[in-house]
Design a protein around this ligand. Structure first.
Ligand code: NAD
Length: 565
């Protein structure tokens, strides 16, 4: 369609023929299985992408290793300069690339652009980092000794140092090859978080994107490789292997890949984590979330209601940080719900083309997600929940005009969970589990709350005490994002302290959904404990060594051990 070709041609992606190579290792190729890119708003096939054959994957992994050996010798601030140029190239194409995210993934215009902005932001961060990835000097208990924590090579002050080594110690060393496996819902930003930090660290990166968003990965790789080529850097510093489960498994199992950064479902993450661990590789897992917002009676509802609305309906409920559980204090529950329902039924929430700047509600990404939505509503209804916002009850829109009538649109829904189910969920909390173990075995009520359903369904329950709501917040296996709404400092203290939220993201008067690149992003428990983006996340992308150097003419043993014959 002209709608699609306008987006693709702005990024120099040919629209005819619609068969594209999906592998880049310095050169574009692809002769493996063909994957279709389908627009979720219209059902239109955008392109057929030729994924990596086993031989091409093997070749790409070899090129990536070679590229790493080259790239690690470039001083970090010089690598930072290349990242700065990537930032400029991305910023120049920000709106076009954002439009492609909307076209192929289905998220709305400002969110598509926002995702590219995140890549731009993390590049800025990584440029700074390239001059700040420092190790430490540690005090030694032995005279004339120094411990450098960071690198393992001999310092330049030593007479027998290697003349090939241009780096000044102590700095952490590059790790090697990073494999990035990413999910459909952030087809650009997740790779950006990883690539920018990985490049600053001196690694080469190979990307296996979601099989349903290959065009985004091709467009990003074209932009990045253009900068690498201009700088005479091997393209395989940022390689691409599109494909499905087989390609993902091969990357995970390859000894060429020193660290795997995996973003996706809990189910696949569990397999990936075990497989990488079994070969003693490094793994960073960013898995599913099941995020709760708690609203205290003193909360400012004019801020809390729109935040919960965005958290549960934004991206059509397809963010790992989407608000899926809402706990309302009994005193404000009726008013909060009434105000939330008004937003849910607002005419502005009509489904629309994600490329249209006025659209707030885009489609679900896949046909399969429609079944997940239907199953979720059926399961909740079966358990006695009251669905208070699903229109005619089916959750589908009957009156959409072509071509949107072939899109995966569903009506965002609120499910009120009756008291007895709610209180059983509470007994699943760790705090209660020892004293009330017979209730823990009641998995029925627990499962209702414990599963991440990647669709816009918000489960709601009422509580009386903050402690109760915190116990529910913590009662699920996942631990990504959480949000408390209050003006009372004492509540804040409880929430962020040792008996508070056990999630990786613990917000106050800020919704669960979304994040800035400056803080480390990630979750605890079954979300996988990984951290990406800001904070200390970069420390995972380097190889650490403790290096003890003896500058003296004695060689004493530590702890005063004497081994003189
Ligand atoms: P998914 O687990 O189905 O797929 C993720 C990636 O794994 C894809 O690239 C896929 O091809 C690959 N894969 C599938 N099987 C594999 C295997 N056996 N070995 C290796 N790779 C394999 O996830 P999805 O449906 O694309 O994404 C949605 C999920 O991602 C949700 O659970 C969401 O919460 C999560 N997510 C988490 C974060 C986070 O930062 N915590 C961010 C975005 C998405």
């Amino acid at each position: 369609s002209s709608r699609a070709s306008a987006v693709l041609s702005a990024l120099e992606i040919p629209t005819t023929p619609i068969e594209l190579p999906g592998v880049y290792d310095g050169e574009w190729k692809g002769s493996g299985e063909v994957f279709q890119s389908v627009c979720p708003a219209t059902g239109e096939v955008l392109a057929n992408v030729n994924s990596a054959s086993p031989a091409e994957l093997h070749g790409a992994l070899e090129r990536t290793r070679e590229a790493y050996v080259y790239f690690r010798s470039i001083p970090a601030p010089k690598r930072g300069e290349i990242i700065r140029q990537i930032r400029e190239a991305l910023a120049a194409k920000r709106d076009d690339l954002g439009a492609l995210v909307s076209l192929e993934m289905g998220k709305i215009r400002t969110e598509g652009i926002g995702e590219v902005q995140e890549f731009v932001d993390i590049c800025d961060y990584a440029v700074g980092l390239s001059r700040m990835m420092n190790g430490r000097v540690v005090n030694s208990e032995r005279p004339g000794h120094t411990i450098l924590e960071g690198k393992s090579r001999v310092p330049p002050t030593m007479p027998h140092r290697s003349h090939q080594s241009p780096t000044i110690c102590p700095v952490p060393n590059p790790l090697g090859v990073l494999g990035v496996l990413s999910a459909f819902n952030f087809p650009v930003a997740v790779y950006g978080w990883n690539l920018a930090i990985s490049m600053a660290a001196g690694n080469a990166t190979i990307w296996k994107p979601s099989p349903s968003t290959p065009l985004c990965s091709i467009a990003v790789t074209k932009i990045v490789s253009g900068v690498l080529e201009k700088n005479g850097v091997p393209g395989a510093v940022a390689g691409l292997v599109t494909g499905g489960k087989d390609v993902g498994e091969a990357v995970v199992q390859s000894q060429e890949v020193d660290m795997v950064s995996f973003t996706g479902s809990e189910k696949v993450g569990r397999i990936v984590g075990k497989n990488v661990q079994s070969r003693f590789g490094k793994v960073l897992l960013e898995l599913g979330g099941n995020n709760a917002a708690i609203i205290m009676p003193d909360a400012d509802l004019s801020l809390a209601v729109p935040a919960v609305f965005f958290g549960s309906v934004g991206t059509a409920g397809q963010r790992c940080t989407s608000t899926r559980r809402l706990y309302l204090h009994r005193a404000i529950a009726p008013e909060f719900l009434a105000r939330l329902q008004t937003l849910y039924t607002s005419p502005a929430l009509q489904p629309g083309d994600p490329l249209d700047a006025r659209t707030l509600l885009g489609p679900l990404h896949s046909r399969a997600a429609l079944d997940i939505f239907d199953d979720a509503i059926a399961e909740l209804k079966g358990a006695g929940a009251q669905i208070v916002s699903a229109g005619d009850g089916s959750g589908r829109y009957e009156d959409l005009t072509p071509p949107l009538d072939r899109g995966n649109f569903v009506r965002p829904s609120i499910a009120l969970i009756p008291k007895q189910l709610k209180s059983k969920a509470k007994f699943n909390s760790k705090a209660k589990s020892e004293s009330e173990s017979e209730s823990v075995s009641d998995a029925g009520a627990g499962a209702l709350w414990a599963t991440e359903r990647f669709v816009p369904v918000l489960c709601v329950a009422e509580f009386d005490e903050l402690e109760e709501a915190i116990a529910w917040n913590n009662a699920v296996p996942q631990g990504l994002s959480s949000s408390l709404w209050t003006r009372d400092l004492r509540h804040v203290g409880k929430w962020i302290g040792p008996a508070g939220s056990d999630a990786g993201i613990v917000n106050v008067n800020v919704g669960t959904s979304g994040a800035e690149i400056g803080a480390a992003f990630g979750g605890n428990k079954s979300t996988g404990w990984g951290r990406e983006s800001g904070g200390d996340a970069w420390k995972q992308y380097v190889r650490w060594s403790a290096c003890t150097i003896n500058f003296s003419d004695e060689a004493p043993l530590a702890q005063g051990v004497n081994f003189t014959p």
